[in-house]
Design a protein around this ligand. Structure first.
Ligand code: FMN
Length: 478
């Protein structure tokens, strides 16, 4: 049972969790003359309220966890304010003292038995496996395959590799797949082998991919990208730095003629016509993406690619309307965002991936990202996919489990917009905690999804949630 901004109420009734999770975001679990009984389970409340009027909150080998919560028990007229940070909170409330241990055990047992009789289907749920609706689009769960370049295209065209790679992750149970950085123009590719969407002919095979993803109950998304000064470089396993023109490379553009690193291409600063072309390319690519069946569009404004290059004072030293002040540096991304929102149907969400910080003195900061996220929200962006880094070669990044989640949390809280968390999230419990505690709305996995395409199906089993498997694989489910 997962409830967002809502109520779970049971009047003279029970809310029962056995080996499962009830999550409430900004809501209330209210029981009047009843019981919240937790046996080996979790009631997770984010910014919510658990009330038991003349009732009891019982935890048997379970936990009631909350962020900024308020626990009320009117039987004792006592209020229990719990700690601010999400953590397991073994409930040791005053109400328990009102019943003997034996009576408590009986209550739990009866409540569980009653619930199982009333609900023959599993009542167990988790925050991670609760649906999320963005505009008119509903994702079946919060697990997202993060965009990952495959460097396996020719002339920008998708092929069997992309179909099988993305298709198998849809079979694996993700709620949303965001296809790799897909270039809006030939000069915007990172490498010669990048996927592209700059020609109408690219659409046909991409449509095959989105059809297959949708047939698995998953939502197909696409990351639209322009690499700017980091274009025309070798695919990861083919080499480092610049691909020369003689080997299939090309002339690259950026905010200025400043290189990313000595072994990277020498860019030309975009002039007014060049900026107009970038904007037109993103609009044309969005029309093609819609024709190809994508239901989520993500603008790639992270990792030191073109929009990030414009945002950061470390890479944008222009002196015209697109450089200098914060407003000027943000202008290109804001203009492209407004253009894309105007093209997209009202029903479909628009995401932006940001690098929340340059991790470098004098660079783009988390405060800048909060400010930008607010502006993007005003333009109709629905979610900020929150990554970091990539704009300067020698940033010192404190890499570790969930090391970027704090930025997603901060942007969500301070800009009031949904966020996705990404970066070294590798276990079901870690992903569950992020969503249950209201730190982010989506969890994106990259390398873990490469290791385990069926991660979502496995995670559901681990969290005690019954999710549908592809019928072809049903016999392996239990
Ligand atoms: C093979 C590979 C390719 C990637 N390509 C992209 C990409 O196209 N666009 C993007 O925004 N991030 C890309 N990333 C970054 C991931 O989306 C993700 O942000 C990063 O790997 C951290 O998540 P992880 O710890 O779950 O791998 C790529 C990562 C990997 C491993």
């Amino acid at each position: 049972m997962a409830v967002s901004s809502d109520l779970v109420t049971a009047s003279k009734g029970v809310v029962v969790v056995s080996k499962g999770i009830v999550t409430v975001s900004k809501g209330v679990v209210a029981v009047s003359k009843g019981i919240v009984a937790v046996s080996k389970g979790v009631v997770a409340v984010s910014k919510g309220l658990v009330t038991a009027s003349k009732g009891v909150v019982v935890a048997s080998k379970g936990i009631v966890a909350a962020t900024m919560p308020l626990f009320l028990s009117q039987t004792t007229s006592e209020k229990h304010f719990l700690p601010l940070n999400f953590r397991a909170y073994p409930l040791e409330p005053k109400p328990i003292r009102l019943v003997s241990k034996l009576r408590m055990l009986l209550l739990v047992t009866h409540a569980i038995a009653a619930a199982w009789l009333l609900f023959p289907v599993p009542i167990l749920m988790s925050a991670l496996f609760s649906p999320l609706t963005l505009r008119s689009l509903t994702l079946k769960n919060r697990l997202v395959v993060s965009p990952m370049c495959q460097y396996s295209a020719t002339g920008g065209f998708a092929n069997d590799w992309h179909l099988v790679h993305l298709g198998s992750r849809a079979v694996g149970g993700a709620g949303l797949i965001i296809q790799e950085a897909t270039a809006v123009s030939a000069e915007g590719r990172i490498s010669p082998e990048d996927l592209g969407i700059w020609r109408d002919e690219h659409v046909e095979f991409l449509k095959r991919i989105t059809d297959f993803i949708k047939a698995q109950g998953c939502v197909p998304g696409i990351q639209l990208a322009h690499a700017g000064r980091k274009a025309s470089t070798y695919a990861l396993w083919r080499g480092h730095g610049t691909v020369p023109v003689g080997e299939g490379g090309w002339a690259v553009v950026g905010p200025t003629d400043q290189r990313f690193a000595p072994n990277y291409p020498q860019p030309t600063g975009l002039d007014a016509a060049g900026i107009a072309k970038v904007k037109a390319d993103f609009v044309a690519a969005t029309h093609r993406a819609l024709a190809a069946g994508y239901e989520v569009i993500e603008i790639h404004a992270a990792h030191g690619y073109l929009f990030h290059q414009f945002l950061s004072p470390l890479s944008n030293t222009r002196t015209d309307a697109y450089g200098g002040s914060w407003e000027n540096r943000a202008r290109l991304l804001l203009e492209v965002t407004a253009d894309l929102r105007a093209v997209l149907p009202e029903t479909l969400p628009l995401l932006v991936r940001l690098s929340a910080t340059d991790w470098t003195e004098g660079g783009w900061t988390a405060a800048d990202s909060v400010r930008l996220a607010g502006r993007l929200k005003d333009l109709g962006v629905d979610l900020i996919d929150t990554s970091t880094g990539g704009n300067v070669p020698k940033a010192s990044i404190p890499v570790g489990p969930g090391y970027q989640v704090g930025f997603a949390e901060q942007i969500k809280r301070e800009a009031g917009i949904a966020t996705g968390a990404v970066g070294l999230i590798t276990t079901a419990a870690q992903a569950e905690e992020i969503v249950a505690a209201g730190r982010a709305d989506l969890v994106l996995l990259a390398r873990e999804e490469l290791r385990s395409p069926y991660f979502p199906l496995d995670a559901a089993r681990e969290l005690g949630v019954d999710v549908a498997w592809p019928p072809q694989y049903e016999r392996a489910k239990n």
